[in-house]
Design a protein around this ligand. Structure first.
Ligand SMILES: CC(C)(COP(=O)(O)OP(=O)(O)OC[C@H]1O[C@@H](n2cnc3c(N)ncnc32)[C@H](O)[C@@H]1OP(=O)(O)O)[C@@H](O)C(=O)NCCC(=O)NCCS
Length: 145
């Protein structure tokens, strides 16, 4: 039913719609598209050929920086985020990655619970890391694998 595959350039527009409607502070369209152009790795999950979620990460020197993950609001809490995370973790293991790290808004409880389910631990808090209208602290989390 769910199909995970590499994100293709032609998927960007559809995936960005999910970003716009789910992320508490969405990336700009330019940043979203250029993340793909600069070679960040990204996967999409489809149901019946419709994109319902994505994950974006960069790999450097045995570490993964998890940059973004989002699931369409109508399809959340059905295991799609988990499927994307587990696919990335499998790839990480094949690539010999030792650590995954990320930043998440301190007010994004749903995402923090999601990461905790995968045994990410809280390393630090960066006060006022996110500025602007929805200013917030960043929680830095990591997972040793
Ligand atoms: C975070 C997110 C990707 C999780 O995706 P999802 O498909 O809904 O997650 P899953 O169904 O696989 O849930 C896995 C676990 O995450 C936690 N979780 C997910 N949603 C939750 C919620 N609404 N409340 C509490 N825990 C939640 C639970 O531990 C859950 O395990 P369980 O189903 O056994 O209780 C999704 O909520 C999302 O897209 N949020 C908006 C975008 C965002 O904030 N991304 C993070 C940027 S740092």
């Amino acid at each position: 039913m769910y199909k995970v595959s590499l994100m293709d350039h032609s998927d960007l527009k559809e995936a960005y719609e999910i970003e716009k409607h789910t992320n508490p502070s969405p990336w700009s369209k330019e940043n979203f598209f250029s993340s793909y152009e600069v070679g960040h790795k990204s996967l999409v999950c489809r149901i019946d050929n419709v994109i319902v979620g994505f994950i974006i990460f960069s790999v450097t020197n045995k570490e993964i920086h998890l940059l973004n993950i989002a699931v369409h609001t109508e399809h959340q809490k059905k295991g799609i985020g988990s499927l994307l995370m587990e696919t990335m973790l499998k790839q990480a293991s094949v690539m010999g990655v030792l650590k995954i790290y990320l930043e998440v808004r301190s007010k994004n409880e749903k995402a923090i619970l999601f990461y905790k389910k995968y045994n990410f631990i809280k390393d630090a808090v960066r006060v006022n890391y996110y500025t602007g209208e929805n200013s917030d602290d960043a929680v830095l989390m990591s997972l040793a694998i």
